[in-house]
Design a protein around this ligand. Sequence first.
Ligand code: SAH
Ligand code: SF4
Ligand code: F3S
Length: 459
Amino acid sequence: MSVREEQQNYTQIMREYTEGKGLKYNIVTYGCQMNVHDSEKLAGMLLEMGYEEAQTLEEADVILFNTCCVRQNAEQRVYGNVGALRSYKRANPNLIIGVCGCMMQQKEVAGDIIKKFPFVDLVFGTHNLHHFPRLLYEAINSGHTIVEVLDEEGRIVEGIPARRTSKVSAYVTIMYGCNNFCTYCIVPYVRGRERSRASRDILDEIRELADKGCKEVTLLGQNVNSYGKDLGNGYLFPDLLRDVNRIENIERIRFVTSHPKDLSPDLIDAMTECEKVCEHIHLPLQAGSNEILRKMNRQYTREDYLKLVDRLRQRIPDIAISTDLIVGFPGETEEDFQDTLDMVEKIQYDSAFTFIYSPRRGTPAARMQEQLDEDVKKERLNRLIELQNDISKSKNQQYMGKVVEVLVEGISKNNPKMLSSRTRTNKLVHFEGGSEIIGEFVKVKITEPKAWTLEGYMI
Ligand code: SAH
Ligand code: SF4
Ligand code: F3S
C-alpha cells in the first residue's frame, strides 16, 4: 500500500468513527515556521478525518504537542505543559494525547516522555507525519501507548492536506532537512538530510493557493539557498523564484532561511528581477568573530558577510535585513563578543532574534571545553539586545510620515479595532479599519513608529 493509499484508507475508517460525535482537536506548536506548517498539515488530516477545531484545550478530544528542541528552554516548556495535561486526562479518559515533532526524534527524549507521562497515548517524529491517520487510529484502538519514530527521513510524501491559518499569506515548504551541521545545532539530527520537493509540486501548490485567494507565499527551508542541489537537474533556487514570480494573483514572495555561504550572485539577480520578491532578507550571522564563526562551522568570515550585505544593498537599496545571533558559544571571549556588537553596529539590522547558546546533546559544541557561565551569557545577551533595540527603533523612526503599501493580514491580536498588516520590508503595521479589507493591499500613512511596530492611518 502506498503512503497516500494508507492515509486515505485510515482517514476513511476514522471518518466513520468520528461521524456524528462532534469530536474536536487542539494542536499546540513550538519552534520554527517548519513546525507551524507541519501543524497545519496535522490539522488538515484531522479535518479530513472528521474532527473540528477546538478553541480551548478543555474541549478537545485530541491534543497534539508539536515540539521543538533547538534550545533547552523550548524543551523545558514542553515537559511542563505535557505534565499539566494529566488532569485533563482524568476529567476525560477518552482524551487522546499525542506528542510529536523534533524533540521526539531524539530517542532518549521520546523514551523519557513516555516514562514520565504514562498518560500520553501517541508519540511520533517528524519523519512519519504522513502516517498520522493510522497512528491516531492505533492510539484510539490499541489501549496502549503507540510510539513510532523513524531514524531515516524517507522520501517526500506529497498531497497531504493542510489547513492553513491564514487565507492571505501561506507557508510553502520547498525543502526538508539540513546538511550544514553548524556545531551548535540539533536540526540536522532531527530533520535529516536536505531533500528538495520537485518544482512541479511546489508550483502546483502555489497555483492552487492563488486560486483560493492567497496573495503572499513564504517559501520555507532550513537553507533555501541550496534548494535543488540534491535533485541534480540544474534547477536551483533562483529558477524557482523566477517561476513563482510568474504565478498570477500571487503578489508577494518571501523566503526563509538564507545561509550566507550559499547566497549566490544569481540569487541576488533573481531577487532584483522578480518584482514580487519582497525587499527583505533574513540572513543569520550567528556571531561576529571569525574564530567563533569557524568553531561554529558557518563557512564564512565576517568580511564575506559584510561584502554580501554591501552587494545586497547596492542592488536592492531599500532592502530590510534581519538576522539571528547567538551569544555565549563555548570559548567566546569578551573580545569575540565585541566583534558581534561591532557587526550589529556596522550592519544596522532592521531586527534580530538573539539567543543564548544552549548546549544540545549529540552536537559537537556541547562537547567543547570552555562552556561559559550562564551569568556571563545573560549579561552579554542584555548588552546585545540593548544595542539592537536602539537600532530597530531608529530604523522604525525613518518611517515617520511616510506612506507605505501594506498587505492586510487580519485583525490585530491585541486590539480588535485595529488591523494587522505588513510592508514589503516585513514591518508590522497597525491601523484602524474593518475586516472587509483583509487580504487587500492598501496605503497607510505612518504616524507613530514604535519599537516593534508602526502605527498609522489608511489613506
Ligand atoms: N536554518 C536556519 C535556522 C535554524 S534554527 C539557519 O540556518 O539560520 C534558528 C536559530 O536558532 C538559528 O539561526 C540559531 O541562531 C539558533 N540556534 C540554533 N541552535 C542553537 C543553540 N544550540 N543555542 C542557541 N541558539 C541556537
Ligand atoms: Fe542549524 Fe546551521 Fe542547518 Fe541552520 S544551517 S538548521 S543553524 S545546522
Ligand atoms: Fe525547532 Fe525543529 Fe524548527 S528543532 S527550530 S522546530 S526544525
